[in-house]
Design a protein around this ligand. Structure first.
Ligand code: FEO
Length: 162
């Protein structure tokens, strides 16, 4: 049985993962609108991963004897000031999510909730990959500066993400 503090914190994280999906869909739409459909595709796939993260936590709450509760999802912004600025926000957002997962882990440790600690281990590892993926792409965008050619070439390679 989950302690109420853990159940509430996990439910908050379901909401934040759903927000992440929403944010990345908003960004996908933004990149499509500036003719960078490969970035749009990459973010669309990223949004799907965020839904999977939300469902993993949703299922765990139920399996552990709690009840998933759906709260309102915050609306993300619609526009960004260019390809680089938007992608810098992907990395910043992932870093913020890492902080949330770490806070959840701190709480599970404080509450001696061994099962939730084990469960959260997957997310701790996943966040290393999430930050690396976003950071690697941002480095490439920064390397190109404002040159359109290399940016379109990167866009073509990002379009391959399924
Ligand atoms: Fe669910 Fe991108 O972290």
């Amino acid at each position: 049985m989950l302690k109420p503090t853990i159940e509430a914190a996990l439910n908050r994280q379901v909401n934040r993962e759903l927000y992440s999906a929403y944010l990345y869909l908003a960004m996908s739409s933004y990149y499509d609108s500036i003719n960078l459909a490969g970035f749009g595709q990459w973010l669309r796939v990223q949004a799907r991963e965020e839904l999977e993260h939300a469902m993993k936590i949703y299922d765990y709450i139920g399996d552990a004897g709690g009840r998933p509760v759906m709260e309102a999802i915050e609306a993300p912004q619609k526009d960004w000031n260019g390809a680089k600025v938007a992608f810098a926000e992907v990395l910043a957002h992932e870093q913020a999510v890492t902080g949330m997962i770490n806070d959840l882990m701190d709480l599970a440790i404080k509450e001696n909730d061994y099962a939730t600690r084990e469960f959260l281990g997957w997310f701790v590892t996943e966040q290393v990959e999430e930050e690396k993926n976003a950071g690697d792409i941002l480095v490439q965008i920064e390397k190109f500066g404002d040159a359109a050619g290399p940016l379109f070439s990167l866009d073509r390679s990002l379009a391959a993400r399924q």
